[in-house]
Design a binder for this molecule. Structure first.
Ligand SMILES: [Cu+2]
Length: 273
């Protein structure tokens, strides 16, 4: 639940040229996660969580990410965005026990994924090495009441390159068993990222409501007003909506198999006290 609204703005300081510098410390580490009652999975994580920290900055900020690999396999951090090739996290494997500093400017505005880029890529990603990178426009996006991050993914329990479970924010059925509590009229903004491995397409459907959709979040003008969107791996976007009526409302992949295997959640909407 904490991952939903946890944004890491980094350690903020000002560079001699007046620009903002944001520094982040990320460690890749192994973590055993109970993904279903009694079912334990060895996840590969950034900072002991899947998805990794939601790294947030404003367009034009300088980012410095101190990455240390505390696992037994080489890893990297490959950010989507615009930056020099040497900072792309592809050709410089960070060996077990080693460190690397990624330094680049936050661009472009939007919501982007980051993930490990070591081969075999499918296993490094599906094990849990991915997260969200938000670049806010200067001056920010229009004010909303709450912002949330949802990263869609799967879990391949038996390592046969097929998913056995599906989820948002890694734990199947979590928001179904623990509905997200919101109020009538509250404007929500969801940063939605698809990091699903092994299946070609994922989707998000909101019940009894419609949302404004901003693909990749690069524009402040919504591209669509809908209740269902699809994303291939690494596709992402921003959803904005509010509920008019009290009640329990499902959100889930509009792919029955994914929903039945864990990718489903509930918004519980109440009158504001
Ligand atoms: Cu890796």
């Amino acid at each position: 639940m904490a991952i939903l609204e946890d944004f890491d703005n980094g350690k903020v300081s000002t560079l001699p040229d007046g620009r903002t510098l944001r520094e982040y410390w990320i460690v890749s580490e192994i973590m055993i996660v109970e993904v279903a009652p009694g079912v334990f999975y060895e996840a590969w994580t950034y900072n002991g969580r899947v998805p990794g920290p939601t790294i947030r900055a404003t367009e034009g900020d300088m980012l410095r990410i101190y990455f240390t690999n505390a696992t037994m396999h080489p890893h990297t951090m490959h950010f989507h965005g615009i930056h020099p090739g040497a900072m792309d996290g592809v050709f410089e494997p960070v060996l077990p026990g080693a460190s690397f500093v990624y330094e680049f400017e936050a661009a472009p505005v939007g919501v982007h994924p980051y993930h490990c880029h070591i081969m075999p890529l499918a296993s490094h990603i599906s094990r849990g090495l991915y997260g969200t990178f938000i670049v806010d426009p200067k001056g920010g996006r229009p004010q909303v009441d709450r912002e949330m991050v949802m990263v869609m993914s799967g879990i391949d329990l038996d390592f046969d390159n097929a998913n056995d479970l599906y989820a948002v924010n890694f734990i199947p059925f979590y928001y179904d068993k623990h509905p997200i509590q919101i109020f009538i009229g509250e404007r929500l903004r969801i940063y939605l990222v698809n990091m699903l491995e092994f299946d070609a397409v994922n989707s998000f459907h909101l019940h009894a409501n419609f949302f404004d959709y901003y693909p990749t979040g690069t524009s402040l003008v919504p591209a669509e007003y809908t209740d269902t969107i699809s994303q291939v791996q690494a596709q992402r976007g921003i959803l904005e909506f509010s509920y008019q009526f009290p009640g329990k409302y499902m959100f889930h992949a509009h792919k029955t198999e994914f929903a039945e295997l864990g990718w489903t959640g509930i918004f519980e909407v109440r009158e504001k006290p």
